[in-house]
Design a protein around this ligand. Structure first.
Ligand code: F3S
Length: 767
């Protein structure tokens, strides 16, 4: 078998070990004895121990069983890579255990155009980029510097292949599903699991099958499939699911279009999205220099069926979409699931009093900057150019990678965009993540923009909460930029030319792949093909830096019951944004001490209704992080008491790291958001939930809260859940005994004992 599945040496680190995965799959099949979906095949074949995970669990795994997995690869973007790598460094390993890559894309502000924006970003963020580069060299991680491109586009061009399982420290990591990968967005501590080959845990997702019929026509593109689906499912509809596409409609979709759909699956909360192998994936792999992997994937699929769903597979839910009759959709404002068909959009604009005048059109980003996307947009620009029309509003193009930029420059697309007045921004995230310095509207001015991006939360693009970002395909953005009016429908409406005649766009067209092949970008952007770790490299962190600081390991558990003081009783919703605010704080992602000054500053004090105000024993008021720092300096471990779904929102690991850094040891609440609960355990904080919710009412700040049987629970290895008895001593001396629940697994008990998951991994690596 191994010969059947072998690859040339220079391709091996870019492909999963198909021989091994197919063997694992055979084992899975024997145990489960039922048709498997494609996503299940990829996931379960990455199990650390197939038997242990699946045996005796019956036929139902999805939605119930916790899987311990060994991902093949890790990708990290510059903002989140800082904490991932700082944590990885504390493990004391010489190199990463799986191939990994770093991508400098989030910290580049879009303003004047690629060249000057890039230079100023390099100057502003030099120490962060230097740190990331030195980590790359020291640990053998491929480093894609500023200007090389956006993480997901580079992953698609270089690393994503059918059957791969990858973790990425960015929520749009699922983009890689366009080439049949299972790619999941995670926080830094999870990435460290994969980097150190520590089993990564995931509750087996359910599978949502999306049945695609027919083929896309005219103005409709892959983006419209996912904007339409987002409207159907809503922002929470995919939670706990992998979206798996199937049906004859797949065959006509280019791999990059499938990537767009997977990318934006993050907007419905899906764990990830993926596609089984198609011939167009093979075409894309070949066009991006991975012909041998394309041939191998084809062979693997033919001989084993690994890269497709089994006949007769049952999905947990099925949605059907007829591509032939689907029309373009526009989603927004402020939420990606407010989906309006193009034919009804003009009316919706009027009914909702959205600003009719378009302020700017932006195409590209990690979601929509493929050759196909750009070629279709260019076909519209060309039509308009022939009639002497120019875009009526500022028009921006963000290529996803230098390879794309270079290829579309050679093929005349960038010169065309620029000749018509477009600003071509750096190959980076820019306006998609708030890195957009706008000169065209004043701050706070209500205005509408159209983008081919994926997210449109308030203030995301330009910091202006009154910017209405409508998400749609690059085709619709481009055509509507010529009308400058949101009520314009390019399929039915015309634009008046200066000679009085009417001009109507023909539907966009464009090659899926460049006829002359892709042209590699500038060589300065290309990382070494197979970087080797080099222990002699000093990791560049200045002790004076306010943006980066090396991590000190958290203290190990002292073997005793926890004795904490209630610092804050939180009222109502407490998301990861309340616990670890973003915005201006993002700058400090690599500096735990500095970013921790934002800890819980959005939380509301249940006793006073004040936000970010807590009281010391003598009733002196403090900001929440200030009292945490004071008590930590006084060696007074503290806890927080809260209500339901504590930590909902993102997987932001600073929401667990910062409380731990400032001396928090326990969170007691009515319920947790699952990812945050896991993050707390990873950082050595004990997460507990009230057995009787009414006990929340009796807790007061400055009470003593002590565990009574923690030592026993730890000795028994957690047992995946049980009770912790708590003694609550109120400030007036009154004593209550409270029952709380824990969900600690054997591994998580080890994290707690060691002080954190990272400490535990480090101990194991050293032994
Ligand atoms: Fe960057 Fe926006 Fe994509 S921030 S990774 S371009 S979602």
């Amino acid at each position: 078998q191994s010969e059947l599945f072998s690859l040339p040496e220079n391709m091996r680190s870019r492909s999963p070990d198909y021989g091994f995965l197919v063997q694992q799959l055979e084992h899975v099949r024997k145990i489960l004895d039922r048709p498997l979906s494609y996503a299940e095949k990829v996931l379960y074949s990455h199990l650390v121990d197939v038997e242990d995970a699946l045996e005796g669990k019956g036929r139902t795994i999805r939605g119930e069983t916790y899987l311990k997995l060994n991902p093949d690869r890790v990708a990290m973007q510059d903002a989140s890579a800082q904490m991932a790598l700082l944590q990885f460094m504390t493990c004391g390993m010489k190199s990463t255990a799986v191939p990994a890559s770093i991508h400098c894309d989030h910290l580049i502000v879009g303003h004047d155009g690629a060249e000057s924006d890039l230079q100023s970003a390099i100057a502003t963020n030099k120490e962060v980029f230097d740190f990331l580069e030195s980590c790359g060299k020291r640990y053998g991680i491929q480093f894609w510097g500023p200007g090389s491109g956006i993480i997901h586009q580079i992953v698609l061009e270089n690393y994503s292949v059918p059957g791969l399982m990858m973790l990425g420290t960015d929520s749009h990591t699922p983009n890689a599903g366009g080439l049949g990968a299972i790619a999941i967005g995670v926080g830094g501590a999870d990435a460290v699991d994969a980097l150190t080959r520590t089993p990564w845990e995931l509750k087996a997702p359910k599978i949502l099958g999306v049945h695609l019929k027919g083929a896309l026509q005219g103005w409709t593109s892959a983006k419209d499939v996912i904007t339409y689906l987002a409207g159907l499912l809503t922002v929470r509809g995919g939670t706990g699911y992998i979206i798996e596409y199937f049906g004859e409609g797949l065959q006509s979709l280019p791999a990059t279009g499938m990537a767009t759909m997977c990318n934006m699956g993050a907007e419905v909360g899906a764990t990830t999205s993926t596609f089984p192998y198609t011939a167009k994936m093979g075409d894309y792999l070949t066009a991006t220099g991975r012909g041998p992997i394309a041939e191998l994937a084809e062979r693997v699929n033919k001989t084993t069926g690994f890269l497709q769903a089994d006949e007769g597979v049952e999905y947990d839910n099925v949605v059907e979409i007829d591509l032939s009759s689907l029309e373009p959709h526009i989603n927004g404002p402020f939420t990606p699931d407010l989906s309006t068909p193009l034919s009804g959009f003009g009316d919706a604009v009027k009914q909702n009093n959205w600003p009719e005048k378009l302020a700017a059109g932006l195409i590209g980003s990690c979601t929509n900057s493929s050759y196909h996307d750009m070629a279709r947009a260019a076909s519209l620009v060309k039509q308009a150019q022939e009639k002497g029309l120019k875009p009526k509003v500022p028009f921006f193009v963000t290529p996803g990678s230098d390879q794309i930029r270079s290829t579309i420059t050679r093929d005349g697309l960038i010169p065309l965009f620029e000749s018509e007045g477009a600003t071509v921004l750096a190959n980076a995230c820019g306006p998609c993540i708030g890195q957009w310095q706008r000169d065209d509207v004043s701050k706070e001015e209500p205005n509408s923009i159209l983008t081919s991006y994926n997210r449109n939360f308030r203030a995301r693009n330009d910091g202006n909460p009154n910017t209405l970002n409508f998400l749609t395909s690059p085709d619709i953005v481009t055509a509507m930029s010529y009308a400058g009016d949101l009520t314009f429908n390019p399929i039915t409406d015309s634009i008046k030319l200066s000679d009085g005649t009417d001009f109507k766009f023909d539907p966009p067209t464009g090659a899926e792949l460049p006829e002359q092949g892709f042209q590699a970008g500038l060589s300065e952007f290309l990382p070494a093909a197979d970087p080797q770790p080099d222990e002699s490299i000093e990791i560049a962190v200045s002790p004076e830096s306010d943006r980066l600081a090396l991590l000190e390991p958290f203290d190990a558990w002292n073997g005793k019951e926890l004795s904490t003081t209630v610092l804050l009783k939180v009222k109502g919703k407490c998301t990861t944004d309340h616990i670890s605010a973003a915005g201006v704080w993002l700058k400090y992602k690599g500096h735990l001490e500095n970013i921790s000054n934002n800890t819980l500053i959005g939380a509301q004090n249940a006793e006073t209704d004040e936000v970010n105000v807590v009281y010391d024993f003598d009733k002196t008021p403090f900001g929440i992080p200030e009292l945490m720092i004071k008590w930590n300096n006084e060696n007074r471990p503290w806890c927080v008491v809260a209500e339901h779904n504590y930590g909902e929102g993102s997987a932001r690991e600073h929401a667990a790291l910062s409380p731990r850094f400032l001396g928090g040891r326990m969170i007691l609440c009515k319920s947790f958001a699952r990812i945050h609960e896991t993050n707390l355990k990873k950082q050595g904080i004990l997460p507990l939930t009230f057995d009787n919710e009414n006990d929340y009412d009796i807790v007061k700040s400055c009470s003593k809260l002590e565990t009574e049987n923690l030592v026993d629970m730890i000795r028994k290895g957690g047992n995946n859940g049980g009770f912790i008895n708590l003694k609550l001593t109120l400030p007036n001396g009154e004593v209550h005994h409270i029952k709380a629940r824990h969900t600690m697994s054997a591994d998580q008990v080890e994290f707690f004992k060691a002080g954190s998951a990272i400490n535990y991994i480090g101990q194991k690596a050293a032994s």
